[in-house]
Design a protein around this ligand. Structure first.
Ligand code: ATP
Ligand code: MG
Length: 290
């Protein structure tokens, strides 16, 4: 039997997958989501969400998709690993994933043909059918200059009132460095935000929100305040680090036959990490995930 069932959960409370059901609306996550949705509604073109490793960008994108799926006027595609060696490959991927062409043609389309197909598609959907066409790109720090230039061209397709393609980029902070080097791309950003780690209160709320979402019904708190303080000191509120620590702490609690996670359990895990060389006691502001 899984450890979480023994503890009375229906689902794993601290899985590291970006499940939107476990999305806790921290102040910054909420602000990012609301603003991206506003930009999409206004069809203003380009939104950028930045954040360090494990701050919740992918989870936020899943939450965004969950919201968009309920809107019939939206048509979207999410790119998870935007690594393309050439402009043609990048455009081909867009054309295929937006369902503009089915089977690959015998003769590959030229870049001009691919651009024309995309432009016609954006015109048809955006103007004739009045839909919002959205491209969400996760791990956007991996986009190379060629792909960014292709996106810039697509962002130029517009009517007098709105852009025909809405673009949401989510990426690690180095994306900003790249974009700073392309002023005519930077200029087109209509909303940008940087996700910071959670503060102590939010971290605690996220932990209890996830516990509740996983179906825990008992009134008894699973984490002592002293343990939460220790977790915060160790993780600095980075959601992935918090999630992984809580997962390990609950398993450790079971192994030790305890009813609650106390400081000793958390300290034991931290010592293991440091001992195994995965972390140094003061390395936690670095971008490593554990
Ligand atoms: N707002 C949130 N509410 C609940 N859990 C969250 C939240 N943000 C992140 N998490 C949890 O933290 C972990 C990491 O989140 P996520 O994968 O979204 O981070 P990321 O910013 O995309 O990281 P990376 O830069 O490595 O791609 C996941 O387990 C996710 O469930
Ligand atoms: Mg991610």
């Amino acid at each position: 039997m899984s450890y979480y069932r023994i503890l009375g959960f229906d689902k794993e409370p601290f899985s590291t997958s970006p499940d939107p059901e476990f999305f806790y609306s921290s102040r910054e996550h909420e602000r990012a989501l609301t603003n991206v949705l506003i930009e999409l509604r206004l069809k203003r073109g380009l939104s950028v969400v930045l954040g360090d490793v494990g701050t919740g960008k992918t989870t936020l994108s899943r939450k965004l998709i969950q919201d968009l799926k309920m809107r019939e006027d939206c048509l979207f595609h999410i790119m998870l690993d935007p690594v393309f060696e050439s402009n043609a490959l990048f455009l081909q991927s867009l054309v295929r994933n937006f369902g503009i062409i089915g089977e690959p043609p015998a003769q590959p389309f030229t870049i001009t043909e691919l651009r024309e197909k995309l432009e016609r598609f954006l015109f048809q959907k955006g103007i004739v059918e009045n839909k919002t066409v959205i491209l969400i790109i996760d791990e956007a720090q991996k986009l190379n200059e060629i792909s960014l230039e292709a996106l810039r061209v697509l962002l130029n397709y517009e009517t007098n009132q709105f852009k025909l393609l809405q673009l949401v980029l989510l990426g690690q902070s180095e994306l900003m460095q790249t974009l700073r080097g392309i002023p005519n791309f930077l200029d087109r950003i209509s909303f940008k935000t940087l996700l910071s780690p959670l503060d102590y209160t939010e971290m605690k709320e996220m932990i209890y929100f996830r516990i509740k979402q996983a179906g825990y019904q008992s009134k008894m708190d699973l984490f002592l305040e002293e343990a939460l303080r220790e977790i915060y000191q160790f993780t600095h509120g980075y959601p992935r680090k918090v999630t992984m620590m809580c997962h390990r702490a609950l398993k450790e609690m079971l192994l030790k036959n305890k009813l609650v996670v106390d400081r000793e359990i958390v300290k034991g895990i931290i010592e293991d990490e440091v001992h195994a060389g995965w972390q140094t006691a003061d390395s936690l502001l670095q971008k490593s995930s554990f």
